[in-house]
Each structure stands twice: as structure tokens, then as C-alpha cells.
Design a protein around this ligand. Structure first.
Ligand code: 5AD
Ligand code: SF4
Length: 474
């Protein structure tokens, strides 16, 4: 995968002692309020940011019920595995991991499968892995307290598999993994019907959260010291406020940017069809709204886009890019591309390569097409052989590597505001993200920069990131 952007987050798995602030109450307070100590849980997460954040909410819910989070399945009474089924490989991994848990039921441990594979495979999981006692898809997480109570009472096969809901997952408490950047789901599910994608089946229909609840949560996050928020949704910009306020997505961004203490507002993933000029206007109007847009194109060929049911053509996508580039602020654009979709000819693939040349994306997440259950594409006949898919993927990644390296070179000398979120092993060396989500490593003589926003001048670059030094200008 060629990318200079870090838009995924690390896996949860830290012990309860390392919890960071929660929007409602410090975890310790909640632990004191919960009436029973229920033992320990281990939660492993695979997949997208939505999954990572769902796990943060599930962990919060468990902590509020009196559980303690531990770092290994060996130390846990309850083992939960939040799964991804976007591509076949990810789904296969679930079954090999479940195999590892085979003997654990005999030791009195309870095992639960959450997320997309749980939803996709449903009750079949119990036949394939009888040691599992809970199978729950994301559209049923709001029922988790009830489902967990049944597991705790010793029920052997508990399921949460409703997939046609208009409700969202609201928790009193979220166990957040990053002390500065908080993830906040504003829309769940997906109503698009891209021919290759399982998400509409595994995450259910689109449900937006009430704008007033989102903003109230954000105020709490700011009170807890978070300075950066990332709004999440499979199609985040398709947000449709269900309240009478009917707040547009762009207005929600603007309101979020005005919350005292919030310095950066991000959002991902945007769907090209719903990427409207008002989003660019608010980005221009308020520099707290980060100048980065993740806008998956999937293919550069209008013919393939039609077969994918993406609802836009190459030309229409390029018009969206032109609109973003016409903004006053220079905005970084990243994308997702699938190669080897059924029927993709060499000429179609060339159009994807030429689109990379035309747009010069700042980062590309590229994938070989993988047939998924229930999808329209899985019934298409013209499959591209695995070898050809790999060949095309390699060509695409090489083309993007060259484009990106030219872009990064051209940024030497630029000044960025960097939100420092890590200390590197080297002395006086730190790293963080720019507003446009570039990774910047910087040197500074300051004793501690963690969590701070500092200015850095870019002095050099590597294949994927920028190197710089802290400077002191206002
Ligand atoms: N095969 C390959 N890639 C896929 N994606 C989604 N479904 C598939 C599939 N069946 C990719 C898309 C999407 C990203 C999250 O995963 O590029 O934007
Ligand atoms: Fe899948 Fe398309 Fe929905 Fe994205 S917009 S989650 S690719 S169906």
C-alpha cells in the first residue's frame, strides 16, 4: 500500500490503568458506581476506523458494567474479537484466530464475535466454532448490555443480528485510546450499493445521529482535554440530521470548529457524489476544519465505475477534485482504488493510472478486487486472474510512489503546524500530524512536546513522511 497518510488507528488492547479521558466520567468513577466486579475482558480489533471506534465504545460499555480490560486472551474471562470482512483475507483471518480459541471454553472463558464477520456469517459461527457464545453485528451493539447479561447468565448461543434498524449505538461511556484525537461516529451504515462492497449488508442502512447529541458529546470531549475530533462514517458527508434542526454536514463541521478547546476537526470517509461546494466553503471559512479530504475514487474508468455502481463518472470525479483544488486553502486529497474489478480491461486500468497522473493524490490506499458474499460483483462473470490483479496493483503502487515522492520533495521549505502525538527513539525527535494529515517528524530542543501544536519547517523527506525542525514564529 502506498501512502504517506496515517488515517487508520492502532489496535486497542491496553490495560484499564492506561485509560484516557472519557466523555462522561473518568472510568475509575464508573467502576466505583457499577455494582458488580464482573471479571476481565480482552478485545481485539481488525479493520477500519469505524471498527476501532466501535471497539472503544464496546470497551467503555464493558468497563461501565464492572469489567476490567486486560492485555491478553490468557488473562481474560471474556474474549471479544471485533472483525472485518471487507476483503476475503480479512475474513479468513477471523476463522484462523477463532481456531486458536478452541480450547478456551473448557477453561471457563466466554468468547464473543463482533462486527462484520459476525453479521455476515450469523448463527453459522456456532456450528463452525461451537466454543463461541456471542455473535453480534454492529447494528445490534445498542443491545449489548442485554446480550452480555445473557452470556453472563450462562446462555450458550446469544445473537444480535438485526440489520434493519433506524437506531444508532449510543453509549454512556467510551474508552478512548488516543489522549488528543477523539473519534466520533456521526453516521452509521451505508445506503449506497457499490457492487463490490459488503458494508451495506454488514453494517445495515444509513443512520445519522442527532446533531445536538454530537455537539454535546464534542463539548464534553473538549472539557476532557481533547483538542482534535475526527467525525466518522462510511459515507460521512451523506450525514442527514434526523432532528428538527436538520443541520447540514457542512454546518456541523463549522459548529464543531467553534467548540471552545477544539483546534482540529477531521472527517472521513467522504463519498464523491455527496461532496458539495458548501463543504469546501466551510473549510475555507474556518482553518480549524482540517485541509484533508479522503475521497475514494475506486477506478479511473467511467465504464468500470458504472459497473461498480459508484454513481459518478471519471469526469464528474475530476470536477469534484477541481472544486477542492479551487479552494483558497491547499487541501490534501487521498483516495482508495480497487484494481482488477470483474471485466476491467487493460485500457480501463490505464485510465486509472492516468487518473493518478491527473490528480496527483497525496496518498492512495490500493486493493486487489476481492469477491464478497451477497454482492452484485460476486456474480459477475469476467473475473480477472489473481496474477493479473497482483501485476496491476504493483504497477499502480509504483506509479503512485513516484508521484508522491515528487510531491513530498516539493514540500521541502514549507512550514506546517504539527500536532505532536509521539516521541521517537532518537534524542530531541518527535512526530505528529499536520492539519492536512501528513506525518511530520521534527527535531526540537523542548523537553516535552507531547500533545502540543508546534510550527515546523520541512527540511527533507522520506518515501512517506516529512522531516523538519521546530521553528518559533507566531
Ligand atoms: N475488494 C477490494 N477492495 C474493496 N474495498 C471495499 N470492498 C472491496 C472488495 N470487495 C475497498 C474500497 C473501499 C475500501 C475501504 O476498501 O476501496 O473504499
Ligand atoms: Fe461500501 Fe460503497 Fe458504502 Fe463505501 S459507499 S461503504 S464502498 S457500499
Amino acid at each position: 500500500m502506498t501512502n504517506s497518510f496515517d488515517i487508520r488507528v492502532e489496535t486497542l488492547g491496553k490495560p484499564a490503568e492506561s485509560l484516557v479521558a472519557s466523555p462522561v466520567a473518568a472510568p475509575e468513577t464508573l467502576l466505583r458506581h457499577s455494582n458488580v466486579a464482573r471479571g476481565t475482558f480482552f478485545l481485539e480489533t481488525f479493520g477500519c476506523q469505524m471498527n476501532e471506534h466501535d471497539s472503544e465504545k464496546v470497551a467503555g460499555l464493558l468497563l461501565a458494567r464492572g469489567y476490567q480490560q486486560v492485555e491478553s486472551p490468557e488473562a481474560a474471562g471474556l474474549i471479544l474479537y471485533n472483525t472485518c470482512s471487507i476483503r476475503e483475507k480479512a475474513a479468513q483471518k477471523v476463522f484462523s484466530r477463532l481456531g486458536e480459541y478452541r480450547g478456551l471454553k473448557g477453561e471457563g472463558k466466554k468468547i464473543g464475535l463482533l462486527g462484520c464477520v459476525a453479521q455476515q456469517e450469523g448463527e453459522d459461527i456456532f456450528s463452525r466454532a461451537p466454543w463461541v457464545s456471542l455473535v453480534c453485528g454492529s447494528a445490534s451493539y445498542r443491545r449489548l448490555p442485554e446480550l452480555l447479561a445473557r452470556v453472563e447468565a450462562g446462555e450458550q448461543r446469544v445473537t444480535g443480528l438485526d440489520n434493519d434498524t433506524d437506531e444508532t449505538f449510543e453509549t454512556e461511556m467510551t474508552r478512548r485510546d488516543n489522549p488528543w484525537r477523539a473519534y466520533l461516529t456521526i453516521i452509521e451504515g451505508c445506503d449506497k450499493s457499490c457492487a463490490y462492497c459488503v458494508v451495506p449488508f454488514t453494517r445495515g442502512p444509513e443512520r445519522s445521529r442527532d446533531s445536538s447529541r454530537i455537539l454535546a458529546e464534542l463539548h464534553q470531549l473538549a472539557d476532557f482535554g481533547y483538542s482534535e475530533v475526527q467525525f466518522l462514517g462510511q459515507t460521512v458527508n451523506s450525514y442527514a440530521d434526523p432532528s428538527s434542526r436538520k443541520m447540514r454536514f457542512s454546518e456541523l463541521l463549522l459548529q464543531a470548529a467553534q467548540v471552545p478547546g477544539i483546534r482540529r476537526v477531521r472527517f472521513t470517509t467522504s463519498h464523491p457524489r455527496d461532496f458539495t461546494p458548501d463543504i469546501i466553503s466551510v473549510m475555507d471559512a474556518n482553518s480549524k476544519i482540517c485541509n484533508h479530504v479522503h475521497l475514494p475514487v475506486q477506478s479511473g474508468s467511467s465504464r468500470v465505475l458504472r459497473a461498480m455502481q459508484r454513481t459518478y463518472s471519471r469526469e464528474e470525479y475530476l470536477e469534484k477534485i477541481a472544486m477542492i483544488r479551487s479552494a483558497k486553502r491547499r487541501t490534501a486529497i487521498t483516495t482508495d482504488v480497487i484494481v482488477g474489478f470483474p471485466g476491467e480491461t487493460a485500457a480501463d486500468f490505464d485510465e486509472t493510472l492516468s487518473l493518478l497522473d491527473a490528480v496527483k493524490f497525496d496518498g492512495v490506499f490500493s486493493f486487489k478486487y476481492s469477491p464478497r458474499p451477497n454482492t452484485l460483483a460476486s456474480t459477475m462473470l469476467d473475473a480477472i486472474p489473481e496474477e493479473e490483479r497482483s501485476f496491476r496493483l504493483g504497477l499502480l503502487q509504483e506509479r503512485q510512489r513516484v508521484i508522491q515522492s515528487e510531491t513530498l520533495q516539493s514540500l521541502v521549505g514549507e512550514v506546517y503546524e504539527v500536532h505532536v502525538d509521539g516521541k521517537s527513539k532518537k534524542e530531541n525527535s518527535w512526530y505528529g500530524h499536520s492539519s492536512c494529515n501528513r506525518v511530520v517528524s521534527l527535531t526540537s530542543s523542548a523537553p516535552d512536546l507531547l500533545g502540543q501544536y508546534v510550527k515546523a519547517r520541512v527540511t527533507a523527506c522520506t518515501a512517506n513522511s516529512l522531516l523538519g525542525e521546530q521553528i518559533f514564529i507566531s
